[in-house]
Ligand binder design. Structure first.
Ligand code: GDP
Ligand code: MN
Length: 398
């Protein structure tokens, strides 16, 4: 699960990590009011930032620094009336409905820090770079040595010496090194306590020296979090931050029926039980020259209702030109599934070719049920095995 930057900033602030004050607004008027309030508090710079679950906002013109209420109004109006297109959005861009209005800061240096799950090392890892502000993927490609990594012990977590080592490696000295190390320790603790799978601060900035802070200050001015969905049951405060408008509508709906559904670009809809079987079904479709339209795991105990909803969601995708049902009856009995397929195929109504492959417990009974339903569901073919099923569905979509 992802959250917005304004929510991420709140988490950082609650963890005592320095972030400039700001507020989320949803209208141009509210943005102007908030900007005026910040100017009135003595700030000369305000930053207006689109709140969407995608980065690359700066280059897209959806992070704007303003020095007056009029500039704030123009920036807010632009962001709330144009879709944001960046390398991280779909080509048609994203609609922006929320803005962050925050105190702007002067920047002497931009750094990058992140904590993430490093699957290859099987540990959480602190990642940092002196080359912040820009896309980290570009740094990784052009100058991989500029990316510093510090694996974190799964039980001990980040140790103070690791935080200091990284602060120095980032070029921080004196009071800034102390601030930086302190921030890294707090960030790693927050990562752990919230069951995050990633937290990224890009940029983490150093402010220029001022009378109040002669060495400058370390501040987070952007933050991105990903959380482990499987831990949300014990992270109610995080779960409450979920913004459904940022997610794929069909995927969300599937989730409410206990289905794991991921929309893809192809034209063969797949209805499968078990994630592994769903993956191999997609593989075998590709092997026979087809393109899956989705990944869909109806789960081990696919009920008639779940199967019906799954058909509805698959057929709701206008790109789908054929459907492959691949069910292995282990604990689940194939005859029950066959009945569910027949009744839901009738309720949902099939216009496109349907290929069904069932195997496992009570399969003989299941085949009889499907055989008997063939006149009622003329677009249905049965398959003897997975290869046969893949060939038939690929042939049916042309
Ligand atoms: P992203 O492009 O979506 O990652 O959005 P960021 O929040 O990282 O902003 C992009 C860039 O805008 C940053 O790297 C900074 O260079 C600049 N920026 C953002 N906020 C401020 C600010 O308060 N002051 C200044 N001077 N620049 C800022
Ligand atoms: Mn950023």
């Amino acid at each position: 699960m992802k959250i917005h930057e304004y929510q991420a900033r709140q988490l950082l602030a609650d963890a005592d990590i320095p972030v400039p004050a700001g507020a989320m607004v949803q209208t141009v008027e509210a943005a102007v009011t908030e900007a005026k309030r910040i100017f009135a508090s003595g700030e000369s710079l305000v930053v207006i930032k689109a709140q969407v679950h995608a980065g690359g906002r700066g280059k897209a013109g959806f992070v704007k620094l303003v020095r007056s209420a009029d500039e704030a109004e123009a920036a807010a109006r632009f962001m709330l009336t144009n879709r944001m297109v960046s390398p991280q959005t779909p080509p048609e861009g994203l609609k922006v409905t929320r803005l962050l209005v925050a105190a702007g800061v002067d920047i002497a240096k931009e750094l990058y820090v992140a904590v993430l799950v490093d699957r290859a090392r099987r540990t959480n890892t602190l990642i940092a770079s002196r080359e912040g502000g820009v896309e980290i993927e570009a740094v990784a490609e052009k100058n991989p040595d500029a990316i510093l990594k510090e694996p974190l012990d799964p039980i001990m977590g980040m140790q103070p010496w690791q935080a200091r080592k990284m602060a120095f490696a980032l070029g921080l000295t004196g009071k800034l090194a102390t601030q930086g190390a302190d921030l890294l320790l707090k960030l790693a603790k927050l990562f752990r306590e919230t069951d995050a799978s990633m937290v990224e601060i890009n940029p983490l900035i150093i402010t220029p020296p001022t009378a109040a802070h002669p060495e400058g200050r370390v501040l987070a001015i952007d933050a991105k979090f990903n959380f482990d969905d499987n831990a949300l049951f014990r992270q109610k405060a995080i779960e409450a931050m979920f913004d459904p408008t940022e997610e794929n509508a069909a995927e969300l709906e599937a989730h409410t029926y206990g289905l794991s559904y991921v929309a893809l670009d192809g034209n063969i809809g797949c209805l499968v039980n078990g994630a592994g079987l769903a993956m191999s079904t997609m593989d075998i479709i590709k092997l026979h020259g087809g393109e899956p339209a989705n990944f869909l795991d109806v789960g081990g105990s696919a009920s008639e209702e779940a199967v019906t909803q799954a058909f509805r969601i698959i057929l709701g995708d206008k790109a789908v030109k054929g459907v492959l049902v691949n069910i292995f009856g282990g604990i689940m009995q194939c005859d029950k599934i066959a009945r569910a397929i027949v009744s839901s195929a009738k309720t949902v109504g099939f216009q496109v070719p349907l290929v069904v492959r069932l195997e496992g417990t009570n399969v003989a009974e299941a085949r009889k049920i499907l055989e008997a339903a063939k006149t009622e569901i003329p677009s249905m073919q049965t398959a003897t095995d997975l290869t046969d099923a893949a060939k038939k569905v690929c042939a049916s979509v042309g």
